[in-house]
Design a protein around this ligand. Structure first.
Ligand SMILES: [Zn+2]
Length: 172
């Protein structure tokens, strides 16, 4: 266990200031899990699934392909837009649904087959190589939870296969 302090910068807390969360963690994944538990829904929502901008998210039914029924409102079709997958009701005005996923989340492409999986099964495969704001890679699934899209972090990583550590590293 390592004692660390996890800092959520104020830019991510929507005006509630910088948050410092002291915790004990064995590795980055463990730290994420604990921070997620501590901050709960608040924290999950700080992730930018929607990519904020409306740019690349206009729906043209002639041009964009419907890929399935929206799992949130169960009424609209999810469309493959230029920069996002979104329920037609989430890009309509007035907006009556929230299903919208950027095609690029934390520097990672979100492939269409994974969005289909999210629509049909409520969850994507474990996707590697999300890059956190601090530049660290992590793996997570995208998951529908109470009508919202969130990260589900990988279960505690199984201990690496017991190949002996290289002697050089041990000598350092
Ligand atoms: Zn919808």
């Amino acid at each position: 266990m390592t004692n660390i302090e996890f800092t959520i910068p104020s830019v991510l807390t929507k005006g509630s200031g910088e948050k410092k969360i002291p915790l004990d963690a064995i590795d980055l994944q463990d730290a994420f899990t604990k921070v997620t538990e501590q901050l709960g829904e608040d924290f999950k929502q700080q992730f930018d699934f929607e990519n904020g901008e409306a740019e690349g998210q206009q729906l043209d039914k002639e041009k964009h392909e419907a890929i399935g029924l929206c799992p949130i409102c169960q009424k609209g079709q999810v469309y493959d837009l230029a920069k996002a997958y979104a329920c037609e009701n989430a890009v309509a005005s007035p907006k009556t649904c929230t299903f919208r996923i950027s095609k690029m989340i934390l520097q990672r492409d979100i492939p269409k087959e994974q969005v289909l999986k999210l629509i049909h099964e409520g969850k994507t495969d474990l996707l590697p190589k999300f890059i956190s704001k601090k530049g660290r890679a992590f793996a997570a699934s995208l998951k529908l939870d109470n009508g919202k899209i969130g990260f589900e972090f990988a279960p505690r990583a199984p201990k690496k296969k017991k190949t002996p550590a290289p002697k050089i590293a041990a000598a350092a």
